[in-house]
Design a protein around this ligand. Structure first.
Ligand SMILES: [Zn+2]
Length: 296
């Protein structure tokens, strides 16, 4: 062996060292983005619209081989009775108890006059939960059961008040309060508007503090702390009906969308504003948070 080839071998060995280090397994944000793209392609999907029925059909078809429950109800709104429908998908676990992971999927009724797509708001987190379902399907989970919930009617029909907003979550929390389901829920985790390319998740002060700590710990594992909890805000969202009933709950939300929030509830909320990278961070952190809750 020549000196050259020895050096060559050493060089090759040195190059291989970093490759041999254990790779961190990451969530498939590309898949989440692709699901979001398919879902958002339905178009604006406000309650009472034909596209809303298509959005329902999309979820029904996607989860046709899973334990899907459709929770249809009639919401009393400023425009009268509106048919709405939550979707609940159950993935059973070995431990006694449930972790709920939720999003809303519809777009705003008042924005039906513009081409409002809700790519980030409703679309991105629907894609995220579809990709998370891919990780949960086909096995009994070692920890708690995980239920994915797709809420209808999060957005106001006219303008946001306690009674004109969060129709789906208020309906389901009340029903699960009556039938005893709430007592089984170890944690309720809500995802909203976190497909944003410029990810900046607020610390919602209505959320349960130990869950905020666990999410922070999960983010730390992936070196993603910088995207989380730099600013404090009290946020009204689909978690509140659960918070009010004593369920440990967190809203993982980025309420700062575009320059001066200019993409929020405007026709600028389109697919080009959300990223696979942000969805990878979300998925990593949610799956790790579930693991940490299971260990609690
Ligand atoms: Zn919204």
């Amino acid at each position: 062996m020549s000196l050259f080839s020895i050096w060559k071998r050493i060089a090759v060995a040195l190059l291989l060292v970093p490759l041999a280090a254990p790779a961190q397994q990451h969530f498939n944000g590309d898949k989440a983005l692709e699901y979001a793209r398919q879902f958002v392609a339905i178009g604006p999907r406000w309650p009472t619209s034909q596209n809303h029925l298509k959005a329902e059909e999309f979820l029904r078809n996607h989860f046709r081989h899973d334990q899907l429950e459709e929770d249809a109800f009639t919401a009393s709104t400023p425009i009268g009775a509106v048919p709405m429908r939550n979707f609940i998908v159950r993935f059973p676990g070995k431990k006694d108890g449930v972790i709920v992971l939720a999003t809303h999927y519809e777009t705003n009724y008042p924005l039906r006059t513009i081409n409002y797509l809700g790519a980030n708001d409703g679309g991105s987190t629907t894609g995220l939960l579809l990709a998370i379902a891919d990780q949960l399907r086909g096995k009994t989970l070692d920890g708690y059961s995980v239920w994915l919930v797709f809420f209808d009617g999060e957005e106001a029909i006219q303008s946001w008040t306690d009674s004109d907003s969060t129709y789906g979550s208020r309906h389901l929390a009340a029903r699960w309060g009556r039938d005893g389901t709430l007592g089984k829920i170890k944690a309720f985790i809500l995802a909203d508007m976190i497909g944003d390319k410029d990810l900046d998740i607020q610390h919602d002060t209505n959320s349960t503090e130990w869950l905020v700590d666990l999410v922070r710990q999960a983010a730390k594992k992936f070196g993603d702390e910088r995207y989380f909890f730099k600013r404090e805000m009290a946020i009204g969202d689909d978690h509140l009906p659960f918070v009010r009933r004593g369920v440990p709950s967190i809203d993982v939300i980025d309420l700062d969308y575009g320059p001066n929030d200019s993409y929020h509830h405007t026709d600028k909320d389109t697919m080009d504003k959300i990223s696979s990278k942000s969805l990878t961070i979300d998925g990593d952190v949610f799956l790790e948070t579930i693991r940490l809750i299971d260990l609690r």
